[in-house]
Design a protein around this ligand. Structure first.
Ligand code: UDP
Length: 474
């Protein structure tokens, strides 16, 4: 029970080139302190999967850098059976405010949940020593907290999900989990509004998610390679495909871009066409139909701009019938547009066979865009926003969820008060397209905002401060 996940250590020296010197010095001081404070201790991270999903994406680089500075951090993924994961999926869906498969969180669900976690707790107890620190991630392993606390090990519970306005379903999931959490030494949420009622406020910290800027998704790419990647992937131009286009995988190995996106378009984009991009899953919460309609009706043809709505190839996501249906509806909405407008709207399904290749295409698209939008109607954090801001793009996005923490309206992006106001959406895009100097200023401010608040260095220092508090060291 419980799988030990390998974490390659990463040298944080590479941050020296992307953050101001005083920030890097602050990090080095923090690293020194972390080594002293945590000497002889292990910082365990426990979650429910070693592969796939946003939490894994977030954890891998953070733990890699922690190991890189000499902190002994390790990662355990709990094991469960299908019934357990059915129950935890139910909890997960409720925490997002939806009832998922409609099944109950009743006594039976509780006994399934507890019996799987009891087995994991026994296995984990053999590994963890009393003066180690355990960070338990998300609802799946939350039920381990009492067993770990009972032996005196400091435990932090980190919740990666949340909604702005909890409904009854959300509260039902809280009620299910709260009994396990009472004894945790600290709770961490991604934003203030996500903090649950019923937790002791003094023990709550807020640590925002961060992006890893050295992965294929975010690594630096010059304009020529950007265009070459987009041509190779079929997103720009006809014929004249460039030669070999290579990029660095997340394990440092060089690789080629080979696959092409599937496009729904009249004519391909030309390299010089000003591009408005929304990159999101084919999901109603990302409002692809509103993006298409808002662009079609409120961004004048005179701007010369083209819209690309790009999402994952839907056949790749086997368990996502909703995605297929949403793509079908987006294609139909595009078909209904008058021809001169339709020809400016492109739908792209990006190849998902190789995730590093998908990431480098996303990276190139974001860098190539003149304006990036994120017109979601619900959002936890909204990683696509931080990704585009890091690339110095001006972002037009809804004032919801974690997007509000990322963008300072009018400075490092534009926030839309009403995600359904298509005229305001179109006007903000048009203004940025018509005023490149303003767009550039905003992009620069966006990059600095991400650099200062949403990089791994920040998060590691936040965790250090929290661990210091939990260990009651001044
Ligand atoms: N993404 C991707 N390929 C796609 C579409 C999206 O890699 O075709 C990525 C995107 O870059 C981001 C993540 O999926 O890293 C989406 O995270 P976000 O928080 O924006 O939204 P979620 O999909 O989790 O609701």
């Amino acid at each position: 029970m419980a799988e030990l996940v390998e974490i390659p250590s990463t040298d944080p020296e590479r941050f020296r080139s992307v953050v101001p010197a005083e920030r890097f010095e602050e990090f080095l001081r923090g690293s020194e302190e972390a080594r002293r404070l945590l000497a002889g201790r292990v910082v365990w991270n426990v979650n429910s999967t070693a592969r796939g999903g946003g939490v894994v994406e977030l954890l891998r680089p953070l733990l890699g850098y922690a190991r890189g500075v000499g902190v002994d951090t390790r990662w355990l993924a709990i094991e469960g059976n299908p019934e357990f994961f059915e129950t935890t999926k139910r909890i997960h869906n409720r925490l997002h405010g939806s009832d998922g498969d409609g099944g109950p969180l009743d006594d039976r669900a509780r006994s399934i949940y507890e019996s799987v976690l009891a087995k994991n707790a026994a296995a984990i107890s053999e590994l963890v020593r009393n003066d180690d620190v355990v960070i338990v991630h998300d609802p799946q392993p939350a039920g381990l907290v009492p067993a770990l606390r009972a032996r005196g090990t400091p435990v932090i519970w980190r919740c990666h999900i949340g909604v702005d306005e909890p409904n009854e379903l959300v509260r039902e999931a809280w009620a299910f989990l709260l009994p396990y959490l009472a004894d945790a030494d600290a709770y961490v949420f991604s934003r203030d509004a996500f903090v649950w009622d019923g937790l002791e406020r003094d023990r709550v910290s807020v640590i925002a998610p961060t992006i890893d800027v050295f992965t294929p998704k975010n690594q630096e790419l010059g304009p020529e390679i950007v265009e070459a990647i987009l041509r190779t992937a079929g997103l720009i131009g006809t014929g004249g495909r460039p030669g070999r286009v290579t990029f660095e995988r997340h394990d440092g190995i060089e690789s080629r871009v080979r696959r092409r996106a599937q496009l729904v378009e009249d004519l391909p984009l030309r390299g010089e066409d000003p591009l408005v991009l929304q990159l999101s899953r084919w999901d109603a919460l990302k409002d692809p139909l509103g993006v298409i309609q808002g662009f079609a009706e409120h961004v004048p043809v005179a701007t010369g701009a083209h819209l690309v709505y790009a999402g994952p190839a839907v056949e790749a996501v086997a368990d996502d019938p909703e995605g297929k249906e949403m793509l079908r509806r987006a294609i139909a909405a595009r078909e209904r547009l008058p021809e001169d407008i339709r020809s400016r709207v492109h739908l792209a399904a990006l190849p998902m066979d190789d995730l590093d290749e998908n990431a480098i295409i996303v990276n190139a698209l974001q860098r190539h865009a003149r304006v990036v939008t994120q017109k979601s109607v619900a959002e936890g954090f909204g990683l696509t926003v931080a990704e585009a801001m890091w690339k110095a793009r001006p972002v037009v996005a809804s004032r919801i969820g974690g997007i509000q923490d990322q963008i300072v309206d009018g400075e490092s992006g534009v926030l839309l008060d009403d995600p359904h106001d298509l005229a305001a959406f179109g006007a903000a895009i048009t203004e940025l397209l018509n005023d490149p100097r303003w767009a550039e200023r905003m992009g620069r401010a966006a990059h600095e905002r991400v650099r200062d608040r949403f990089l791994s260095l920040r998060s590691l220092l936040d965790y250090l401060e929290l661990i210091r508090k939990v260990l009651q060291v001044d």
